[in-house]
Structure formats: C-alpha cells, structure tokens
Ligand binder design. Structure first.
Ligand code: SAH
Ligand code: SF4
Ligand code: F3S
Length: 481
C-alpha cells in the first residue's frame, strides 16, 4: 500500500513538472501572438466520464488553455462511452465533423479518451479512417494528459508522416490512483467525488469491467480531505461516484464499508447534502439502510438498477439477486426511509428473454412504482458473455416490449407524480432556467426539479420553496420568505 502511494506521488510530481513546462512554452507563445489557446471537451456517457472531464479541464486550464463551447477550438477532446453501440456511433459522427474543421485550423489538436478507447477494434478503426486524430488515451491514464500533449508536440518536429504524429497510450488496467493534480468543477456549490474506480461484477451484458478495469477504492483519508476542501470552498452537495459504491472499501487495508465512509462524510461541516451513484442491489447492506434512515444529509433518492424482473434472466445476467431479493430490499428501504424516491435502469431484449420474463419485469415496475426508470434496448457488446449467446432476441420483438414498458412506466409515474404538491421543500438552487431567465431551477432532496421565480444570487443556496403545481417531471414553485 505504502509503495503504491509513493509511486502515485512520484507520478503526480512528474506530471506537474510537465504541466509547468507546457505552461511556460504557451506563455512565450502568448507574448508573441496575444492569443489564448482554446479547448473544448465533449463528454459522452455516465458521471464517471463527466468527473474525468473535469479533471482534464483542470489540467488544460493549468497549461493555459481557456474553455470554449464549440469544437472550433485549438484543442478538442471527445471523452467517449461504449456502454451501448449507439454511443460509439455518435463519436464517429463527431469525428467526421471535426476532421473537416481541422483542415481549416492549422495547429488544432484532436484527442480521444474514455471507455471506447479501451477497445482495440474502435482504436483500429480510428487509425484507419480518422488519421488526423492527434492523441488517444484511455480510462486509466488521464492524469498523463500533459505528457501526451508534449509528446505530440515533439512528434511534430520529428515525424515524417501524419500517422507517425499520432500519440496512442492505452493501459489495460492499473493499480494507480494519482491524487492532487489540477482539478476543475463545473458547479461551485456541488461536486462529484470519486470513491471507487472500476467494476468487478461482470454482469454478462456489460462492457464496463473490461474498459474501466478492476475495482480500486480511494483511501478514506483522501476522500474525506477532498470533501473537506470542497466544503471550505463553498460546496454544499457532494455526489459520491462509483460503478458500484456499495462495494467501496472491500480492497482496502483495513477494510472500510461504504456505510462507514458515509458516516464520516456526514460529520463534515458545510456539507448539507450527500448523494451517491450507483448502488448494486446485491451489495446494498442493512448497515447502509440504517445509515440512510438516521442521516440528516443523505438525500432521499436511491438509484437502484433492476435490469430485469425475471429471476431466471437475472441469473444469466450474473446480477446475483432474484426478483424476490430486489422486492425485499425495496421494502426494507421504503420502511426505513418512507419518503425515498426510487429510480432504476432496465434492459429489454436480453438474449433469451421470453414474454414471461418480460412480464416479470413489468410486475416489478408496477409493484415498486419507480419515480423514474431509464430503459435500454439490449445492445450486443463484443467481448461480453451475452454477445455470443445463441438466443439473441429479434429487434422487432425487443422494440415492441420496450414500447410497452415505456408506456407502463409513463402511466404509473403520471399517477404518482406530484406527491409533494402543496408542501414546502428544501431546494438547492442550481441555475437560471434555460427556457425562461426569470425562473430559477433547483432540486429537491429526492432529485425532483422545481422551477420558480427568483433572483440568480440564490444560486448555490438551499432554500425553502412551496411546490404549487406538479408538471409530472418537475414542479412549479414559489420562494417561501
Ligand atoms: N454500474 C451501474 C451501471 C453502469 S451502465 C450498475 O451496475 O447499475 C448504466 C446502465 O446501462 C446499466 O444499468 C444498464 O441498464 C445499461 N447497460 C449496460 N450494458 C448494456 C447493454 N449491453 N445493453 C443495454 N444496456 C446496457
Ligand atoms: Fe456493468 Fe454490472 Fe459493473 Fe454495473 S455492476 S458497471 S452493470 S458490470
Ligand atoms: Fe459509458 Fe464508460 Fe460510463 S462505458 S456508461 S462512460 S463507465
């Protein structure tokens, strides 16, 4: 453990040196041109990727880049996702566009990183069809960004062909957790905090364990220090991030549970709200339910992916719980935290799914009455066990089930929407409404949105708001004075 720590610290120091070296170089360029270089990041996928993009932003800003909101920039980076096939297709679409843009912008750098880059076939296709890409790295080495930029700039001087200039640095897996590099935050008052990287669960349809590597928990001290620093900087809400937060601490010496970590974070002054994502039902302990019941800060929202309501399919999916286990868990949580909002993920059309299996999913959906559910058509991911199962479902059958599920979820949520109508709730004010600048948008503890008239000086504060009217997915409210 101590040794790994030293390696991580040495690596961080090395990267900081390279950041400073690039900064000095860019400063000299600026003195000549008086132009500040711009960067643009497009992030696909989940919160893990969003958090990585913040770290990448931090490094780029430190080097001297400033952010711009279009791809007409000096440095364009796509942080990719590959959880479903359509995520990949979107990236190839963007690359077609940026390739044309690059022709009219000499010196522009195009970089790719994230989960899709961990797949050899995707990288081969990029080398073949998009040779203008300058830098490719993966999910395990984002801390090396400055070094990769430097190598790319050095290649400019030595490489003969365009293809020799491309810098590719991909790691299969890593033990490293490099802390204390420059860092950015999208919001001043709320922040995502990684607590565990990777995933060991190998759900049979899922590519994440192959592209994000083995589970690695950050040390409780590093997490607590980060949250304390965030609180000192005005952050009131933290979102603890991991593919399976309930698995936190299993590989730490001494062992720490997720519930214990939450108890420590709860004590940090200034933090008013704690969220976490994602919870795997098989690892959600009674200890965690007790902590949620007793906590004043943990938000009344739990995202608990179901995937399927059929115990038979859940077994083939390698989820390690049954329909009954899931319903029992929901029952215990709902009793402990009566006003909790439950949301979920469901996959339709997994190989071998029968009408009976599908009806089991519909049954759980009706019994639990989720506040919202993300539904996905099963997508075949090369390298996962499900991809080679010989009973793949026809697309038309899967789509028909998908539509039925969606309709059921919509009709159930319209019945239960507005549970909090005509009550006063605490709201974290997040931003000016994107449609109407006289309105502010905030979130209730249960993650529901509320729009209400107010002054933008309230952004970042937690204030009481009267929920006048439910509009299904959001409320219209008014500030309580
Ligand atoms: N770690 C989280 C979710 C990660 S991926 C968890 O365990 O719940 C987010 C969601 O994408 C998953 O919950 C699942 O519903 C969906 N998903 C993952 N692989 C998929 C695939 N091959 N096809 C369709 N949906 C998939
Ligand atoms: Fe994928 Fe399962 Fe891991 Fe979630 S828990 S990331 S669905 S393998
Ligand atoms: Fe996508 Fe990677 Fe997240 S595959 S869902 S960005 S972990």
């Amino acid at each position: 453990m101590e040794n790994t720590r030293n390696i991580n610290e040495i690596e961080a120091a090395k990267q900081l040196d390279i950041i400073n070296e690039l900064k000095a170089m860019y400063d000299i360029e600026y003195e000549k041109t008086k132009i500040i270089k711009t960067y643009h990041i497009e992030t696909f996928g989940c919160q893990m990727n969003s958090r990585d993009s913040e770290k990448i932003s931090g490094i780029l800003r430190q080097i001297g880049y400033k952010e711009t909101d279009t791809e007409d920039a000096d440095f364009v980076l796509y942080n990719t996702c590959t959880v479903r096939e359509n995520a990949n297709n979107r990236v190839f679409g963007r690359l077609g566009y940026v390739g044309k843009l690059k022709k009219s912008r000499p010196g522009m750098l195009v970089a790719l990183c994230g989960c899709m880059m961990q797949e050899t076939t995707a990288v081969d296709k990029i080398k073949e069809s998009y040779p203008f890409v300058d830098i490719i790295f993966g999910t395990h080495n984002i801390f090396k960004l400055a070094e990769l930029i430097k190598t790319r700039l050095d290649n400019e001087k030595t490489a003969v062909k365009q293809s020799d200039k491309m810098v590719i640095d991909l790691w299969k897996d890593t033990e490293m957790i490099v802390e204390n590099l420059p860092n950015e935050r999208k919001y001043s008052f709320k922040a995502g905090v990684n607590i565990i990287f990777g995933c060991n669960n190998y759900c049979s349809y899922c590519i994440v364990p192959y592209v994000r590597g083995r589970e690695r928990s950050r040390s409780p001290k590093d997490i607590i220090d980060e949250v304390k620093a965030l609180a000192a900087d005005g952050v009131v809400e933290v979102m603890l991030l991991g593919q399976n937060v309930n698995s936190y601490g299993k590989n730490l010496e001494p062992r720490v549970t997720f519930a214990e970590l939450l108890r420590e974070i709860e004590k940090i002054e200034g933090i008013e709200r704690i969220r976490f994502m994602t919870s795997h039902p098989k690892d959600l302990s009674q200890e965690l339910i007790d902590v949620m019941r007793d906590s004043k800060k943990i938000c009344k929202h739990l995202h608990l992916p179901l995937q399927s309501g059929s115990s038979r399919l859940l077994k083939i999916m390698n989820r390690k719980y049954t329909k009954e286990d899931y319903l029992d868990l929901v029952d215990r949580i709902s009793k402990a935290v009566p006003d909790i909002s439950l949301t979920t993920d469901i996959i339709v059309g997994f190989p071998g799914e029968t009408e009976e299996d599908f009806l089991e999913t519909m049954d759980v959906v009706r019994k639990v009455n989720f506040d919202s559910a993300f539904t996905f058509l099963y997508s075949k991911r090369t390298g996962t066990p499900a991809a080679t199962m010989d009973n793949q479902i026809e697309e038309s059958v899967a789509k028909e089930r998908f539509e039925r599920l969606l309709a059921e979820i919509q009709s159930l949520s319209s019945l239960s929407a507005g549970k909090d109508e005509h009550t006063v709730q605490k709201v974290l004010v997040e931003e000016v409404n994107s449609q109407d600048e006289n309105l502010l948008t905030g979130r209730l503890s249960n993650n529901m949105l509320v729009h209400f008239p107010g002054d933008k000086s309230l952004i970042g504060q937690i204030i009481p708001v009267y929920l006048e009217e439910s509009k299904g997915f959001y409320y219209i409210g008014s500030q309580v004075w």
